[in-house]
Design a protein around this ligand. Structure first.
Ligand code: 5GP
Length: 208
């Protein structure tokens, strides 16, 4: 059985990764979603083990020390990380898995899983990203300016990714990601190993 494919969906903060991923979950229920660990408090309606594994700082530190996380990063004062075992298990069962994580974590995963498929979610324009960050609500001008400069730096990381998907409309972005998944399954490399095996068996049978 061939291994599943690891997909990483990342991009600048404010681009809508969470919303696109939630829509993707509805559209592609057979795709496995990695549930991250975090030290941030649950928001209303969020469930432990469904949206995140909610951890204390000590519990999270223990996960780091025991190498239980594939990657982790600090984001706005909280820790976020990807539990390693679940990713490994899913891939070895031949199933695809998707991680929705911020850019620093995505770069760390890239170092360990060069064969993964890295998708960068883009805003339609920088101006649009600015509107989305400002539109989030009640933050001070200094915080908005900081978030914006971070978002611009994050946009510069696009060249580390395999694909860029513009998040102009959630449904369109989901369709593009669905197409990427299909295309990755059609890569010839995924067939070569199995084909060679079949040819060897055929040759051996001929020789008998
Ligand atoms: P939120 O607190 O809004 O759910 O997530 C904040 C940010 O953390 C988002 O950009 C999200 O993609 C990112 N994030 C969620 N889980 C992980 C994770 O396991 N690792 C990393 N590096 N980032 C994560």
């Amino acid at each position: 059985m061939s291994r599943g494919i690891l997909f990483v969906l990342s991009g600048p903060s404010g681009v809508g990764k969470g919303t696109v991923c939630a829509a993707l979950r509805r559209k592609l229920p057979e795709l496995i979603y990695s549930v991250s660990a975090t030290t941030r408090a649950p928001r209303e309606g969020e469930q432990d083990g469904v949206n995140y594994f909610f951890k204390s700082r000590d519990q999270f530190r223990h996960m780091i020390e025991t190498d239980a996380l594939l990657e982790h990063a600090e984001y706005v004062g909280n820790y976020y990380g990807t539990p390693r075992d679940f990713v490994e298990k899913t891939l070895s069962e031949g199933k695809d898995i998707i991680l929705e994580i911020e850019v620093q974590g995505a770069l760390k995963v890239r170092e360990k899983f060069a064969e993964g498929v890295f998708i960068f979610l883009m805003p339609p324009s920088l101006n649009e990203l600015k509107q989305r960050i400002v539109g989030r609500g009640t933050e001070s001008q200094a915080t908005i300016d900081h978030r914006l400069s971070v978002a611009v730096e994050e946009m510069n990381l696009l060249h580390h990714y395999d694909y860029a998907v513009v998040n102009d409309e959630i449904e369109l972005a989901c369709n593009r990601i669905d197409s990427i998944i299909t295309a990755e399954h059609c890569k010839r490399e995924r067939f070569l190993g199995e084909l060679f095996q079949q040819l060897e068996v055929a040759n051996t049978a001929d020789n008998i």
